[in-house]
Design a protein around this ligand. Sequence first.
Ligand SMILES: [Fe+2]
Length: 273
Amino acid sequence: MAESIIVQLSDLHLAAPGELPYGTDTAGNLRRVAKALWAMDVRPSAIVLSGDLSDRGDAASYEQLRDLVAEELDPFGCPVLAVLGNHDDRLQFRRTVLGEEAPAEGVDEPFTHVLDLDDVRLVLCDSHWRGHVEGLLGEAQLAWLDEQLAGAGERPSVIVVHHLSVPRGVPRADDYLLEDRADFAEVVARHRVAAVLCGHSHVTTAAAWAGTLHAAAPAVAFQLDPSARTGGRGYEGTGFAICTMRDGLAVVNAHLLPDPGRELFDRRTSARP
Ligand SMILES: [Fe+2]
């Protein structure tokens, strides 16, 4: 039986080594996530990084990303693919991570990927919109997406994109959604799309949208506090999502890791309810 396992790590918010964005060791969180995946004995078919790779889009943060991918993710032996979020800087990413010599200022092409796994076509879109917190795919990328989805053959597709197309629910933070989500929905609904995997949310969400599953992963960097009435307040904690494709069906599990040092209990033997 064909099975593909897509590990989604979102919202890494990396900074220069030693810097702690929001007082959080975001690099340490990525290391914890990699360690947890090894402990779970997960064998990913692909690892996707769904945006906000960097917190401020500076070169040092992308050097940190490059080093952490090499140390922590490449050993899984599968493709590691990244798209950008609103915190990223497209030119700096291209220079530092892709090693492009000196792309001319003003070159602002979206950064996309297509990867065919045994039973699923993975399509990664780039919703980074320079100068905006909201996301945008744009006409050209939507036309490209339409072609990629049409070319998937018998396989269903899974789309990865940073920005959400539906509000995140609770906590009620400002959502800064994908601006052209109505056009995106039209394209998605025309094809066999098993799931749309998003980041940006910093809280797990799942919704039925455009005839498919629209799911947002927890963040690697920090989570949004559901008790914060004003929204936007974060709390420590790291997590990731795993999308398992089996028989054309996408099942998404969100994993939040317990605080370091916190003891887990055995629910079969524990007296705890
Ligand atoms: Fe983020």
